[in-house]
Design a protein around this ligand. Structure first.
Ligand code: NAD
Length: 283
């Protein structure tokens, strides 16, 4: 299959808007779908705003910025994905809406199209099973914020064929990311390692009666971490981390995956980290 000419992005929230931004910056015509026209326009404004900031910082020409924004077409109709060689889904993290969407995309998109999901914790294989072309379904797991975080995990579901898998990998490179290949297992690679590790770090706060400041100092200076675990959980969002831990625990039943009670209590109290102004640290 040749190079992807047109990409679809379904859901223009935090992740989808970032992914669409990467695509238009890389010169790819992109169709973005939201549930209402207003949500789509808000996402386009956010993308335009980020690209304007790049112009202000001298990282992008004004004309390149305008051309990039011009490559994004908005729609509320899935039928507009008919001409896309690749569609990347970034809607709510729930299995049934994703399966329904993939069944629709399967009906609408050409037989050569590759359909990708940005799910963090759901099974790509279960999403693929809602279609008649499970061999053309892959995971493309970007990290938040997608325009800034280099990694994308290219996830091979149980029935994914080589060609669509490599097409997704090549597309990840084309939009400037650093792709890695892996199979469809809970948490894929980075979250499978990072979530239990961060949970261990939080448990050590109580076991070793160490302060968050000292724990962060320890991991930075004794293990070479660029950022301490408490600062990292604050950045990710304590609610987001608890939710991801619960999802991984449900799938694996490994005690280290379960969110530490201390984090659940912080989440319940509204201490969500940077975004709420308070977590382990105050912002
Ligand atoms: N936020 C993260 O850190 C992160 C990181 C990696 C992967 N993900 C995954 O990316 C996906 C999206 O997460 P997010 O944080 O961007 O969520 P979000 O809530 O910010 O955005 C989801 C968007 O999808 C829209 N939407 C819902 N159903 C739709 C449909 N049928 N068609 C079109 N649009 C629809 C919503 O209106 C919303 O704007 C999830 O699967 C999530 O697990 C999130």
């Amino acid at each position: 299959m040749g190079e992807i000419q047109k990409v679809g992005v379904v859901g223009l929230g935090a992740m989808g808007a970032g992914i669409a931004q990467l695509c238009v910056e890389a010169g790819v015509d992109t169709v973005g779908r939201e549930v209402t026209a207003e949500l789509g326009e808000k996402a386009r404004d956010r993308i335009g705003h980020f690209l304007t900031r790049k112009v202000e910082k001298g990282q992008l020409d004004q004309s390149a910025r305008d051309e990039a924004v011009g490559r994004l077409t908005l729609t509320t109709e899935l039928e507009d994905f008919a001409g896309c060689g690749l569609v990347i889904e970034a809607i709510v993290e729930e299995l049934e809406p994703k399966r329904e969407l993939f069944a629709e995309l399967d009906r609408i998109c050409g037989p050569e199209a590759v359909l990708a999901t940005n799910t963090s914790a759901l099974s790509v294989t279960e999403i693929a099973a809602a279609t008649t072309r499970p061999e053309r379904i892959v995971g493309m797991h970007f990290f938040n914020p997608a325009p800034l975080m280099p990694l994308v995990e290219i996830v091979r579901a149980e029935l994914t064929a080589d060609e669509p898998f490599e097409t997704a990998y090549a597309f990840g490179e084309r939009i400037g990311k650093t792709p890695i290949r892996c199979h469809d297992t809970p948490g894929f690679v980075v979250n499978r390692v990072l979530i239990p590790l961060l949970n261990d770090c939080i448990r050590v706060l109580d076991e070793a009666r160490v302060t968050p400041e000292d724990l962060d100092t320890g991991l930075k200076n004794g293990a070479g971490w660029p950022m301490g675990p408490c600062a990292l959980v604050d950045l990710v969002g304590i609610d987001v981390h608890v939710h991801a831990s619960e999802a991984l625990y449900e799938k694996t039943r490994e005690p280290r995956m379960a969110p530490p009670p201390r984090l659940v209590a912080m989440r319940n109290a509204g201490l969500l980290g940077r975004k709420s102004g308070r977590g382990f640290y105050s912002y």
